[in-house]
Design a protein around this ligand. Sequence first.
Ligand SMILES: [Zn+2]
Length: 338
Amino acid sequence: MRTITLGSLQAKQGEKIQGYVHLPGVERPVPVILICGQQPGKRILITAGVHGAEYPGIVAVRSLAAELAPQVLAGELILLPLINSAAFFSRMPALVPSDQKNINRIFPGNAFGTEAEQLAAFIDQILCRSIDFYCDLHSGDIHETLLPHGYYSGIAMRQLQQEARQAACCLDIHCTVQSHSDCGSLSAAAQHGVSALLLERGGNGVYDDADAHFYKEDLYRLLNHLKCLTGIQMPQRQSLVLDFLASESLQAGCDGFWEPFLRPGARLANNEAVGMITDVFGSIKQIVRSAQPGLIVYQRSSLAVRVGEMVLVMAIGQNNLEQLDKSEQISDNNSNEK
Ligand SMILES: [Zn+2]
């Protein structure tokens, strides 16, 4: 009989169980839901709350876990709605409070290290070892607003990149961007030969019902694409998901008030003015300009900015430009995959 086991938790075929995994150096135990489907299929890992103030994904995973019955699942689901509970209850952006480290910058982590290092090691060395696909849900942080989009590892094997792109094309997102990080959740999955997507939706430290709902819909679409759902009819998504080869961050050259001219989703030309930094008297201290063409995927939404901090991130190097002209005519949402 098929089972999923994680720590002291075990779900047998046709069972859904919930509980906590205790890591020795982590203040709050990690909540887990295991669903072992009635039928065989892929094993999928879905995480949220790596960053504690990114709420839509946390609620979406919790809601999916409550709704999904083992009887309609082919395969196994490992759901972790809130990786970084300490930050969630501290309302702290990006970091783990006890060590001030960003989990998604320190993979593969260290099972004997600080709290953030142990959480990264748990994902890398325990969770990513025996799965077929990994989806990690994020949002803009407390000071960030963004366009719904996704990342896949640009350093993963070509086949893993293609699998991630094909999955992304089924989702309600505007674009995918290759991540070239070698210390995040995507690269951790890539090291284990696992295809993975990191999704972004919502932001500003806001819990928004609609964002959580759209996120949950995307999780159903993802599971449907991975052939994990039986007896649930999912409408296919029809539009084009653009693909970009990289992202580029624009930084503030001085402390000041950040006043953007544009919004996420805006197309940028080379050397286009994207916003200005002013002082407390209203004098302009810097006009921030793009260094190349691209698409704004997220930007700072706080008025305050300090020198060197990100004001805007743009996706650059569009990979499927030739499909843009055809986007009105696309009927098969996977047809843009190369
Ligand atoms: Zn995040």
